[in-house]
Design a binder for this molecule. Structure first.
Ligand SMILES: [Zn+2]
Length: 145
């Protein structure tokens, strides 16, 4: 496993992720929706990896919903960095799925070239199907306050 850390700028949102393959073999997905585009976000995840997100002050984390309005964009309310997107599957096992913004990974990690994607063209159920296929399935979000 390749382990790396990341988070927002002020340290309120911090994550540790493990990827089964070398970072340079991943092509971060640059979503072309207005929200992601304005953040310059490009996303990385692996269903066989794992993600642990720690929130220092949960009240200073904005869970912004846009698009289909079914996933939470985790944005630090203090420093404004878009760190990750989390989807809580309320059906079935009630599991969480998530993807991280590759731009929020701590320095020194080189990913492959970003590729443009356009999931906004998908229906809500197609999006959920996509997330379950591509995103981290081992996800924990811990809040200390
Ligand atoms: Zn912050």
């Amino acid at each position: 496993m390749h382990r790396m850390t990341g988070g927002c700028h002020c340290g309120n949102i911090h994550f540790e992720m493990a990827l089964p393959h070398a970072p340079e073999t991943y092509n971060p997905r640059a979503c072309d929706c207005d929200f992601c585009h304005k953040h310059g976000a490009a996303y990385v995840a692996d269903p066989d990896g794992s993600l642990l997100i720690r929130l220092q002050d949960e009240h200073m984390v904005t869970r912004y919903r846009q698009g289909a309005g079914i996933a939470d964009c985790l944005v630090c309310a203090t420093c404004g960095v878009l760190v990750a997107i989390h989807y809580q599957d309320d059906q079935g096992e009630g599991r969480g799925f998530a993807v991280v913004n590759s731009r929020a990974v701590d320095g020194g990690v080189r990913f492959g070239e970003s590729i443009p994607v356009s999931p906004k063209a998908l229906t809500a159920s197609e999006k959920v199907e996509r997330w379950k296929r591509l995103w981290f399935q081992q996800v924990a979000i811990l809040a200390s306050a």
